[in-house]
Each structure stands twice: as structure tokens, then as C-alpha cells.
Design a binder for this molecule. Structure first.
Ligand code: HEC
Length: 110
């Protein structure tokens, strides 16, 4: 007998994605996330002084920022050289990932 309901883990993942970003399904972990997490964290919460929090930021803005670093329109070490290692599909995947994260709340209980 099959039940049409989602399995327990699948419904949890779905719920987490919906809670984080109502308009988006939870995106898959981008292949290049390991290039970013030392500074921005896996969830987009900065790990180092001088690094911006990008979790929960607008997806289109993140795509534009990364494309601008890649093209050289926006220049900042180390983002310019890092973005040179990204293909447009990487930029889309990373922007979708970080946009879907809950986002940093100063003093928040996370
Ligand atoms: C060595 C640390 C470091 C790593 C690794 C790193 N970043 Fe950054 N990132 C920074 C810093 C510092 C800035 C601020 C640069 C500036 O002022 O333009 C930044 C800026 C950004 C911004 C612009 C944020 C804004 O508000 O405009 C985005 C988007 C971003 N990084 C995404 C990424 C992604 C995606 C990766 C992985 C491919 C990555 N970063 C890897 C340090 C890092």
C-alpha cells in the first residue's frame, strides 16, 4: 500500500525551504559552495571580519553582484578572483542557495 503523502524527511526538507523563502523550493547545495563557506558560511552568515552576511539576500541582487565581480565591473579582492572561477550556472546556483537561507539577525537566537 502506497500513501500519497510525502515521506517524513522529504516533508521536513520541503517545510524548511518554505519557511526560509516562501516563493522558492529548497535549492540543491551548489557544487561550488565550498569556495564560499570559509568566509560567508554555508548559511551566508559571515565567518570573518569585513565579510558581508549574504544569507537571505535578494537572489537577483546576489546574481548581479557575482556577475559584476566576474566581469570586473565590481572589483574587490578576493571576490573578483573567486568569481572568475564561476560559470554563470554556478552563479545562479549560489545566488539561489544563499537567497533561500534564513538570513542573519543581529542578536537573534540562531
Ligand atoms: C576569503 C573570503 C571570501 C570568500 C572565500 C568568498 N567571499 Fe564573498 N565576499 C568577501 C568579502 C570581503 C566581500 C566584500 C567585498 C566588497 O566589498 O565588494 C564579499 C562580497 C560578496 C558578495 C557581495 C555582497 C553584497 O552585499 O554586495 C557576494 C554576493 C559574495 N561575496 C558571494 C560569495 C560567493 C558566492 C563565494 C564563493 C564562490 C564567496 N563570496 C567567497 C569575502 C569572501
Amino acid at each position: 500500500m502506497q500513501t500519497p503523502a510525502l515521506s517524513f524527511p522529504a516533508s521536513l526538507v520541503l517545510f524548511a525551504g518554505l519557511a526560509a523563502a516562501p516563493a522558492l523550493a529548497a535549492p540543491a547545495k551548489p557544487a561550488k559552495l565550498g569556495l564560499c563557506s570559509a568566509c560567508h558560511g554555508v548559511d551566508g552568515t559571515s565567518r570573518t571580519a569585513g565579510t558581508p552576511h549574504i544569507g537571505g539576500q535578494d537572489r537577483v541582487y546576489l546574481e548581479r553582484a557575482l556577475s559584476d565581480y566576474r566581469s570586473g565591473k565590481r572589483q574587490h579582492v578576493p571576490m573578483t578572483s573567486l568569481a572568475n572561477a564561476l560559470q554563470p550556472r554556478d552563479i545562479q546556483a549560489l545566488a539561489a542557495w544563499y537567497a533561500a537561507q534564513p538570513g542573519f539577525v543581529k542578536g537573534g537566537a540562531r
